[in-house]
Design a protein around this ligand. Sequence first.
Ligand SMILES: NC(=O)c1ccc[n+]([C@@H]2O[C@H](COP(=O)([O-])OP(=O)(O)OC[C@H]3O[C@@H](n4cnc5c(N)ncnc54)[C@H](O)[C@@H]3O)[C@@H](O)[C@H]2O)c1
Ligand SMILES: [Zn+2]
Length: 279
Amino acid sequence: MKSSAARQSIPARPAIKTSDLEALLSSAKSVCVLTGAGISQESGVPTFRGAGGLWKQYRPEELATPEAFARDPMTVWEWYAWRREIIGRAQPNAAHFALAELEQRFAGDRNGDPAGEQAEPFTLLTQNVDGLHERAGSRNVIRLHGDIWRLRCTQCGAERQDNSVPLDPFPPRCDCSSLMRPGVVWFGEPLPDAAWRRATMAAGSAELFLIVGTSALVEPAASLPLLGKQNGARLVEINLDPTPLSGLAELSIRGKAAEVLGPLQEKIRRGKIGKIPTL
Ligand SMILES: NC(=O)c1ccc[n+]([C@@H]2O[C@H](COP(=O)([O-])OP(=O)(O)OC[C@H]3O[C@@H](n4cnc5c(N)ncnc54)[C@H](O)[C@@H]3O)[C@@H](O)[C@H]2O)c1
Ligand SMILES: [Zn+2]
């Protein structure tokens, strides 16, 4: 098929140069990745900061707190129900798939080490609660901020998985009849112990630290790349905008996660990028 000469040609967007990233991935023996809401933006999941993602007149930071839930559980639950609806419709994008491929390349069939006693060749740390990494096939995912599909009782602490949209009854109740809350980590709450231990272990032992789609403003997750750097990791950032980590990164790629990482997926699969470690 030929395009008509009369048709106005649209200038192609220049491809983002990824050869430096490919070289770094190929020379590293271990990789730690930290992802944030930006990696799911191209799946249609709104980020907290940056354009879009407005919800009524509230700021997410004001809703994602234990105090907000204690004051007005219905409003907080409505916000989470809205997000569960969006996330339930979303599909993993090329960036999620590329990271799953990278895990396969580095870790092969090795399972994760839940006890966190051993350094891993590949670890994916995510601040996201959407589960899109797992749906793309990533297995060794450390969820720093919990899971939007889990519910936890505010009284007895019982947890359950609930993927239903809409939730019924709403707001959800435990078998003990108390109110359930979303199984996520809110501002002002500590991160789960085991996840944090494994995260610091991976961050402190990786040769390459890839930071994707996070504003790097939410602590303590934002300090993980710094821990990596202090321990000799080379930092690479992929983000639409500059962040506090940009100046520390050896390579800072301005672009959309799926546009940058997506094209690497096939090369990783064919063994052109990334090393299989010798065990
Ligand atoms: N998908 C989710 O699960 C989800 C969504 C929103 C917020 N959160 C929660 O929000 C908190 C905020 O921290 P955060 O840093 O993860 O999110 P954030 O909203 O603070 O920052 C998102 C970052 O991604 C960048 N970005 C936007 N679109 C991008 C794209 N297509 N490619 C690359 N970069 C892009 C933005 O410039 C920004 O720096 C976390 O605690 C997280 O739990 C999670
Ligand atoms: Zn209960």
